[in-house]
Write a protein that binds this ligand. Structure first.
Ligand code: ADP
Ligand code: MG
Length: 352
């Protein structure tokens, strides 16, 4: 869970205000849009005529993360990524975040320092200011809620509802790796329980484990689209699996879609680990979660601008709404797309 086991400072030793000062001491203001950051009753921001994007996510121990294999530094990093991904999915630039935590006395100051080291790393790498938050105790476990703010020009905002029939459906990166990384981590947890002295060789799984433990939000994709002069017609980030996100785009845009199985981008590690676990890799891409890639639609006239770009794959196209949503398999079968995305409520019950 946390690496610094040398010292254990109880949260009560610092007190709430001491703790806030302690955890936030390394955050600097870098953005011109941040007028006032941490330390007053509220932050003051100024976006100078641009549209403001706001999004928030809450992560709860035992529901969204398992500290037996998730180091706190990674959790802090991932909590930021989950939020930035939503800002980028609006075709916006992320600029500020606020961080709220509730921690039980199981967590000493040293543990929260590691959580904040991950938040600090993420905020520096993605160039966002941390401008506030809230700190409180919890009776059980850890909760972390992050709110992200971003900005964009009005005409660049990309919602889930602008896709048209015949638009191309495009995805960034590759899919399914975070889910298979979780399968490996859960298997190793069981192995470790049975034999705490086992020394697993996880080298072959490093890519997929990293995708699960340290995802990167696609800051580069809105920048790339801007450079290519492509305005997507709709966009969403892939947090719950491809099928669930395609359904969101279709329902919101009142269109249908055809996805071609052979086009779905998979990393070779995902293919081999799926064989090892005897799971269908297409199912994993469709239903596995937490890839944090971007899924968007473009007008066909823009195809030449994105063609051959290693970051982007055309996986299908939109259709009229009455044609429905289908996966066209390698065997040329047409299968209706169903939502089997992750449901945190179901997952929580499964763990009982
Ligand atoms: P208030 O009583 O107005 O809620 P707080 O004492 O909770 O004020 O917070 C003081 C300042 O520290 C505020 O700027 C707040 O946004 C910031 N802050 C509080 N907790 C955190 C945290 N966990 N991470 C970052 N900033 C925080
Ligand atoms: Mg407060």
């Amino acid at each position: 869970m946390f690496d610094n086991k040398e010292s254990r400072t109880n949260l009560s030793e610092l007190g709430e205000f001491g703790l806030i000062d302690h955890l936030t001491r390394y955050f600097e203001i870098k953005r011109t849009s941040t007028n006032i950051g941490i330390g007053d009753d509220a932050a003051v921001l100024n976006f100078e005529g641009e549209e403001t994007v706001v999004t928030t996510d809450l992560l709860v121990e035992g529901v969204h993360f398992d500290l037996s294999f998730m180091p706190l530094k990674h959790l802090g990093y991932k909590a930021v990524m989950v939020n930035l991904s939503d800002v980028y999915a609006m075709n916006a630039e992320a600029t500020q975040i606020t961080v709220s935590i509730a921690a039980s006395n199981r967590f000493p100051v040293e543990a929260l320092e590691e959580l904040y080291a991950g938040i600090l790393l993420a905020s520096k790498k993605y160039n966002v200011d941390v401008v506030g938050g809230d700190t409180t105790s919890s009776t059980a476990g850890l909760m972390i809620s992050i709110t992200a703010l971003g900005k964009t020009k009005k005409e660049k905002i990309t919602t889930r509802s602008g896709a048209k029939a015949n638009d191309l459906l495009v995805v960034s990166g590759d899919l399914g790796a975070a889910y298979m990384g979780l399968q490996v981590l859960e298997r190793e947890k069981q192995v470790f329980k049975a034999n705490p002295n086992s020394q697993p060789d996880l080298e072959a799984y490093s890519y997929i484990m990293e995708r699960q433990l340290k995802p990167e939000a696609r800051k580069d994709i809105p920048e790339l689209l801007q450079a290519l002069e492509v305005q997507p017609t709709s966009m969403i980030d892939i947090s719950d699996g491809l099928s669930s996100e395609v359904i969101h785009l279709c329902k919101n845009s009142k269109v249908g879609a055809n996805i071609f199985e052979e086009k779905i981008p998979l990393d070779p590690t995902v293919i081999s680990v799926c064989e090892e676990f005897n799971i269908d890799s297409t199912m994993v891409a469709l239903s596995g979660g937490e890839d944090y890639e971007l899924l968007f639609t473009i007008d066909q006239k823009d195809y030449d601008k994105i063609k051959g770009n290693p970051n982007l794959t055309v996986i299908g196209h939109m259709t009229e709404e009455n044609e429905g949503m289908h996966l066209i398999t390698r065997a040329n079968q047409k299968i209706p797309i169903q939502s089997r995305g992750w449901n945190s409520f179901e997952d929580a019950n499964d763990e009982e």
